[in-house]
Ligand binder design. Structure first.
Ligand code: SF4
Length: 331
């Protein structure tokens, strides 16, 4: 990551991680801010500055710690050590939350956040799964902060609960030798290479992602694959068929026998359309009025009949080529 400037809340220098980041990025210009949530000079930027904004690194402390019940992959979405991301997937859900200010923000009060999760696990009878990666990509973040290594080491002996996070990045080597006690569920998101190159800008290649899955499975992390988001570009059938062939060819035998698969279709929005039109005028348009229909709050999803066809196609491909993998979720 090639950051150009840091914006920081002065209080971060009272934290061990804040001091570490200060040293790590001492060659950059540091701009003092009152709050990571309100950097007026950046908020006033135009949509066409989106790429420029992504090069800034914001560092603060997380003040709100509200857990959102989630009835899908995990039990709770938990705010954790970062939000935003320095990659630029054209459909990134974070753009709906942060608009053009979806740059990477790091929060240095990690001790407080992990301690709160551990206390939450103990207060409840149930064995909950906590999604810690819904606001950012933690594998990417970890290459700067080491927060995942720190989290896994400090959570492995928690008597209850599990943590999970998804990623589109492959840099997992530093996690492989940690004693994780199977309490961290790793989820790798995959897409056809052509979609990764043109739409998931700045993320890892498909081959690197598959290699990371094999490594995590070998290291005994519970591991899942997200085929996500499904994007119905013109030649989607041949692209997704090729993707599933590649998974079948390159996943290890152990991975193929143990992984679960979740399939998630793309949601797009007017906010994406405005920003992408101004910031990436030459890149593919993801909105397709023939295939999509409007939903609440300016969002779009694929029409039911189109989606149904794609679902059936993907299920058939997976059943043929990855016969032992279990599809546990389609949405
Ligand atoms: S990697 Fe994830 S968080 Fe980062 S831009 Fe892409 S979708 Fe957003």
């Amino acid at each position: 990551m090639n950051f150009d400037e840091v914006y920081y809340e002065p209080d971060i220098l009272n934290y061990e991680l804040g001091k570490q980041l200060r040293e790590q990025f001492k060659h950059l210009k540091w701009n003092e801010i009152e709050s990571h949530n309100k950097i007026e000079q950046l908020q006033k930027s135009s949509n066409s500055d989106f790429v420029k904004l992504k090069r800034h690194l914001i560092i603060g402390t997380r003040k709100t710690h509200k857990y959102v019940p989630n009835f899908k992959i995990s039990d709770f979405l938990v705010p954790y050590t970062s939000s935003g991301c320095s990659a630029m997937c054209l459909y990134c859900y974070l753009v709906c939350n942060y608009n053009k200010c979806s740059y990477l923000r790091l929060f240095v009060n990690r001790e407080f956040m992990l301690d709160k999760i551990i206390k939450h696990t103990q207060k409840n009878k149930d064995e909950f799964v906590y999604e810690i990666g819904s606001n950012s990509d933690l594998i990417l973040e970890n290459t700067i902060t080491g927060n995942l290594e720190w989290t896994i080491k400090n959570f492995a002996n928690s008597p209850k609960g599990k943590l999970t996070f998804p990623t589109k990045f492959h840099q997992v080597d530093s996690l492989l030798d940690i004693d994780h006690n199977k309490k961290i569920i790793f989820r790798m998101s995959v897409n056809p290479n052509d979609i990764i190159k043109r739409i998931e800008i700045g993320t890892s290649s498909l081959d690197n992602r598959i290699e990371a899955i094999n490594k995590m499975v070998d290291a005994d992390y519970p591991t899942g694959i997200l085929i996500a988001p499904i994007i119905l570009v013109e030649n989607w059938k041949s692209l997704y068929s090729e993707l599933i062939t590649t998974l079948s060819d390159k996943l290890s035998v152990k991975a193929k026998n143990t992984i679960s698969i979740k399939i998630i279709f793309m949601t797009y929005s007017n906010i994406h359309r405005y920003i992408n039109n101004d910031a990436f005028p030459t890149l593919p348009q993801l909105y397709d009025k023939e295939l999509m229909r409007g939903r609440a709050r300016g969002k779009y999803g694929y029409k039911d009949e189109i989606r149904f066809e794609a679902e059936e196609f993907l299920k058939q491909e997976i059943n043929q080529k990855l016969a032992n993998a279990k599809i546990i979720y389609i949405c």
